[in-house]
Write a protein that binds this ligand. Sequence first.
Ligand SMILES: [Zn+2]
Length: 162
Amino acid sequence: MSVIDISDKLQRHTSNKYKTRLATAIKQIVIHHSATRPISVSGQADAEAFARYHVIELGWPGIGYHYVIGKDGTVLKTNPNSVSSYHAGKANATSLGVCLVGVFDIKEPPQEQWEAALRLTRELMGAYGIPVERVIGHREVPAAKSCPGNRFDMDKFRRCLT
Ligand SMILES: [Zn+2]
């Protein structure tokens, strides 16, 4: 599948750096929504905004997610998978973070975006030997939020992966 790598174009902290890890440390995939309304079709301007927010406002080393998926299904690579970035609390060290741009508490994701998330997740499951039960929503980490949204059905997502 086509993935556009914009990781070098995103805001990074001038001194703080994410820890790196071996591929064998990656055991799960955590799905997020951005909980923001899309400002771009491909998601690129959204990813740039998340990176600025994470670095400038939160002081993180870089954007929290490894992948950002735009509302049209464009898949953007935003961090090397080898970094243990911040997106899922205690699951950070063992997971990859995939963020779909949008708010899915009231409405489900658009079909193209949902399908792109399935394709990317299948590819990552294959690359890292991750079983379907280790594909989880942020709220299942667990976390005190609805992420990836009350209308993002994680059971359906997992069924679609198999
Ligand atoms: Zn989340």
